[in-house]
Design a protein around this ligand. Sequence first.
Ligand SMILES: [Zn+2]
Length: 86
Amino acid sequence: MQIGCPSCNETGCDECNNEGWILIKECPQGMVGREVMNFIELADFAKNGAFPVTGGTLEQSQSFLLACRFLWNEDSQAESQQWDKK
Ligand SMILES: [Zn+2]
C-alpha cells in the first residue's frame, strides 16, 4: 500500500527516499497518524536488526522495545484475523 509522503507533499525528501510516496502495510484501523507511521518504520528496521539507536538491543529504550513487541503482536493478530475472514 502506497501513500503520498506527508513530509514533502509528494515532492521527494529524506523521509521517502525522494520517491514522493511511502510504502505502508495496510492498517485495519484505516488512517494512522504521522507518529505511528514513523514508529512502524522504526519497528520494521528494528525487526531486521537495524535499531534507531546504535549499539544494539541493550541500547534501545525499554518503551521502544515494548512498543515494538506490541506492534509485532498486533501484526500477527491482524494477519490471523484476515485469515479468519476467508
Ligand atoms: Zn517525502
